[in-house]
Design a protein around this ligand. Structure first.
Ligand code: GAP
Length: 452
């Protein structure tokens, strides 16, 4: 039975929390190191089946709230390869750089600001080998590539370092196609690439990651109220996917630290086990981007031409994934053993329910279990059939995957006792409590337990 839940904010537990999450992700098929069988590739991660399902649920919930459920938002799916002129206009060619120092001996590279933050201001000694560090210089983080077969005529293009510019370059197309009235927004989910000097902290800082971004076009005089509105919308979504809001802090970025395009930025920081760091950002970009791409907007009724200003709520998908995992990770004691489980909300969990026969070598149980599995799968989609190991092991596995319900077909299901015939056991992940439910009632029972 359920005993005390461990408070994972205590020092003892946070210290190895990251290790536990990384190993759970690997063991249960959420996330693997990129190119692993060839030794791995720093800053690249592969999502396995359950990871991809969880990631898709996070993205779908974002798209639903910010695109499908609204009537002022237009979705975009722009190309990842973009012409170099885009990145010249956006300021990335000139300014998307981090300060970097290199060790003269082992040639390891470090971000100057990270060494500073780690209390070795103006560091001269390499933290890895003790060699002498060189001068700090700016390192552009964009991945460049060549388009075209012949080296001499091939044009330089960049893998996008943010999804935002794929939205801005489609501003005119969107206005011409849909004639939206201000205020309106454009939204995109997709990959972004940055040649980070020191990718670290699991999926927190990688070289290939995914973003969910909105560019919301407004009349300039409304920017403060719009900014507050979007700040609340962002917080509402974070809470809806199960991010622990007691660990989220909205930090106003001081003027001297603002990005080149921003007039005001609020970073939502999360208390990760490795420190309080950026989760998402909200920026007031003014007319920076539309000006630089020479774009404007004409009001169709008044014929007035203006350059709308932009509020940008920007979300990292992988950081959302990590914050959801860290918020859901729980340890308790059940039946005298320490148990690890993910307290994921049913609409986010990679699999809603696992269906099992009590014993997999009893054909009559297997047949009934397959029937129940088929019925549930047709209704909910995210249903797993699990007959591996004994029932205790299955519960442990499904707890670690975050499966809210385990449905077991046993001998009472097939028996003649009218109270139990055609019933199954439904075990609840968080409490371990089990109830018997009629197969004919099972779909409604599970539906009733899924909050929005
Ligand atoms: N368009 C604005 C923009 O890209 P950003 O703060 O550089 O702003 C937005 O990035 C979000 O993308 C961040 O809040 C973070 O969630 C995510 N992100 C940025 N760099 C990342 C990286 N190297 N690895 C994983 N996520 C990253």
């Amino acid at each position: 039975m359920l005993m005390s839940e461990k408070n994972l904010t205590t020092q003892e537990n946070t210290e190895n929390l990251m290790e536990k999450i990384v190993s759970l992700c690997k063991r249960r098929g959420f996330i693997f190191p990129g190119s692993e069988i060839y030794g791995g590739l720093a800053g690249a991660w592969d999502y396995g089946h359950f990871g991809a399902e969880l990631l898709n649920n996070i993205k779908s919930s974002w798209w639903k709230k910010f695109v499908s459920d609204r009537s002022d938002m237009y979705g975009v799916r722009a190309a990842i390869l973009m012409r170099s002129e885009v990145w010249e206009a956006s300021g990335h060619v000139a300014g998307f750089a981090d300060p970097m120092v290199e060790c003269s001996k082992c040639h390891h590279r470090f971000r100057t600001d990270q060494l500073d933050a780690e209390a070795t201001k103006n560091a001269t000694i390499c933290p890895d080998c003790g060699g002498a560090l060189g001068e700090s210089r700016q390192f552009n983080m964009m991945f460049a590539t060549k388009i075209g077969a012949a080296d001499d005529t091939a044009a330089t293009a960049y893998l996008r370092p943010e999804t935002a510019q794929g939205i801005f370059v489609n501003f005119k197309n969107t206005v011409d196609a849909y004639h939206p009235k201000l205020p309106f927004g454009m939204a995109q989910i997709g990959k972004a690439f940055r040649n980070e000097i020191t990718p670290r902290d699991f999926i927190f800082r990688s070289r290939e990651f995914e973003q969910m971004e909105i560019e919301y076009y407004i009349r300039p005089e409304t920017w403060t109220e719009q900014f507050e509105y979007w700040k609340d919308e962002m917080a509402e979504w974070m809470e809806s996917v199960g991010i622990d809001m007691s660990k989220v802090h909205a930090i106003d970025i001081p003027e001297e630290d603002l990005a080149h395009y921003s007039k005001r930025t609020v970073d939502f920081e999360f208390e990760y086990p490795f420190g309080q760091k950026e989760l998402f950002g909200l920026a007031y970009r003014g007319s920076f981007d539309l000006d630089n791409h020479h774009l404007d907007y004409q009001d169709e009724e008044t014929k007035e031409r203006i350059v709308p200003h932009v509020i940008e709520p920007s979300f990292g998908v992988d950081r959302a994934f990590l914050a959801v995992m860290l918020s859901a990770y729980t340890e308790d004691e059940m039946n005298g053993e320490v148990r690890q489980y993910l307290k994921l909300a049913p609409h986010i969990a990679p699999t809603l329910a696992a269906v099992s026969p009590l014993l997999r070598n009893k054909p009559e149980l297997v047949e009934k279990a397959k029937e129940v599995f088929g019925m549930m799968k047709r209704e909910f989609g995210r249903i797993t059939y699990d007959d591996n190991g004994n029932i205790g092991k299955r519960y442990r596995r499904q707890d670690e995957i975050g499966t809210p319900f385990c449905i077991v077909i046993d001998f009472d299901t097939l028996g003649e006792n009218p109270a139990e015939k055609n019933t199954v056991t439904v075990r609840h992940r968080d409490t371990g409590n089990q109830v018997r439910v009629q197969i004919s009632e099972l779909i409604n029972y599970i539906k009733g337990k899924i909050e929005k």
